[in-house]
Design a protein around this ligand. Structure first.
Ligand SMILES: *[C@@H]1O[C@H](CO)[C@@H](O)[C@H](O)[C@H]1NC(C)=O
Ligand SMILES: *[C@@H]1O[C@H](CO)[C@@H](O)[C@H](O)[C@H]1NC(C)=O
Ligand SMILES: *[C@@H]1O[C@H](CO)[C@@H](O)[C@H](O)[C@H]1NC(C)=O
Length: 454
């Protein structure tokens, strides 16, 4: 019922392709200024004189947070904060976190939601994309997806403050996952010290949530927290559609509907690693150079459309290079999950049929975490795929987050269950407002829904 057959996939592809036939005109779509030309985003030259998490600048978003057109969540306030963090090499840098405060907010509850930007273009950063209207299909190109917005909306509806870090950093270094984890933790630090203008309590309870690309940032944050931010008390992290190993994803998605994630991942890494950039310059066949370069200036939906079902690896002069070049192999492994055991309790949800990253790798990751003494509730979901579980798994993930954020429950130890569908849990359905459930189900049935979460 919730699976996505080939016919369904082809239907949405046809629609997305038709809508995105022309290159996306990011500039034309909102009153906000693109991050690439907005001085607010500039990394200060003396950034290393501030501590990680320090607030460097803040402002109200220049354009209205326009994403919540679907349902009646009105924000009491919103803020953008530029804060100090570290890149993958440990060099000082700065990025932006968006703070959303609902009416009747409980300022002692903060959810850090990591968006699956999955793009190597800084103009697709959530801080920018959140300012655009979600009503038009075109805005999907900026990649704060409809589905993710509904999850954020459900969290705001709980009265939680929601923060969304631009965890790819100032250069859109997609897959530079150490940076993503650090940016997530430093975004929490910045939010907790922003009380003078946001009202957030400095000792607020914090939880993390992310799916797919967002689970990489969240999972890395969980692994890094004991060493990078030991002072932060994080109540729990919900990680969905986990992607423990980048290398495997390359061979899984080459020539598939998700093939566009390969160039955005390679260019994302090139935005951090000079070695990857030189591989791009030397080894992408000349006739594909301009196609590869397009991903520097567009968001995930356009990437997916441009590379749909293409043999992306065959665009390299040696298609096996990502699996054989010592630098590329090392860099992929350096950015894989499983480097340390999280102390934060985790909720991990994963489709047994995940076509991006095989469930066996998440089984192994959870086993490794549990062997190291972590607390993990692991739900394996049968009636789903990578895209659809982002939606069908969300309600149960939210129920778990309510337990840790609102009820102060924290489970000890590990449990694994394999369920037919996480959505068929009636207790879970009660905790999410009906209009959001309806909108989520609409997305499942709509041709433009799940694919956009990569
Ligand atoms: C960043 O770190 C790398 C590796 O440690 C170093 O080689 C490089 O010079 C640093 N760059 C800056 C701008 O500090
Ligand atoms: C990822 O998977 C590849 C095989 O696809 C393997 O060679 C590599 O060691 C794995 N990396 C990590 C960090 O487990
Ligand atoms: C890319 O994917 C296609 C389809 O799965 C496969 O035939 C090809 O061998 C893959 N290339 C590499 C280098 O894995």
């Amino acid at each position: 019922m919730f699976g996505f057959g080939t016919a369904r996939i082809l239907a949405w592809i046809a629609l997305i392709a038709a809508t995105h036939a022309a290159p996306l005109d990011l500039q034309g779509r909102g009153a906000a200024t693109l991050p690439s030309i907005d001085p607010f985003y500039a990394v200060p030259v003396d950034v290393d004189s501030s501590a990680p998490g320090a607030i460097l600048k803040h402002r109200p978003p220049p354009a209205q947070i326009a994403a919540f057109g679907l349902a009646p969540v009105n924000l009491q306030a919103s803020h953008q904060i530029l804060y100090r963090t570290n890149d993958n090499f440990g060099n000082a840098t700065a990025t932006v976190v968006t703070v959303l405060i609902p009416h009747n907010a409980d300022l002692s509850k903060v959810l850090s939601y990591q968006v699956a930007q999955d793009s190597a273009c800084k103009d697709c950063a959530p801080s920018y994309a959140l300012q655009l209207a979600s009503a038009t299909i075109g805005s999907l190109g900026t990649l704060v997806t409809q589905a993710e917005l509904l999850l954020v909306e459900a969290a705001l509806n709980r009265g939680w403050v929601v923060i969304l870090p631009d965890h790819e950093g100032p250069n859109a270094a997609f897959l530079a996952n150490r940076q993503a984890g650090q940016a997530t933790l430093d975004g929490v630090r910045a939010a907790l010290s922003s009380g003078s203008f946001t009202g957030i309590s400095k000792d607020a309870t914090v939880a993390l949530w992310g799916y797919s690309g967002g689970s990489l940032a969240s999972g890395w944050a969980a692994e890094l927290q004991p060493t990078y931010a030991p002072e932060l008390k994080i109540a729990g992290a919900a990680l969905g559609g986990t992607v423990p190993n980048i290398t495997t994803v390359l061979s899984e998605i080459n020539k598939s509907a998700f093939a566009g994630i390969i160039p955005s991942g390679i260019v994302g890494l090139a935005n951090q690693y000079p070695q990857v950039n030189s591989v791009l310059e030397k080894h992408v066949l000349p006739k594909y150079q301009s196609l590869f370069n397009k991903v520097r200036n567009q968001c995930l939906v356009a990437d997916v459309t441009d590379f749909l079902f293409k043999d992306v690896l065959a665009m390299l002069d040696d298609p096996s290079l990502p699996f054989t070049d010592p630098d590329l192999v090392r860099i992929q492994n350096d950015n894989a999950l499983g480097k340390a055991t999280p102390k934060i309790p985790l909720y991990v949800y994963k489709s047994t049929g995940d076509e991006l990253s095989p469930v066996s790798e998440t089984d192994a990751l959870v086993k490794k975490y549990c062997g190291g003494g972590a607390s993990v509730e692991y739900v394996r979901d049968i009636l789903s795929e990578h895209g659809s579980l982002a939606i069908t798994g969300a309600v149960k993930a939210l129920a778990w987050l309510i337990d840790v954020l609102d009820e102060g429950k924290s489970q000890k130890g590990c449990s694994t269950s394999t369920v037919i569908s996480s959505l068929l849990d009636p207790s879970a359905l009660e905790i999410i407002p009906g209009f959001i459930v309806d909108a989520l189900l609409d997305l499942l049935g709509s041709p433009v829904g799940p694919i956009v979460i990569g």
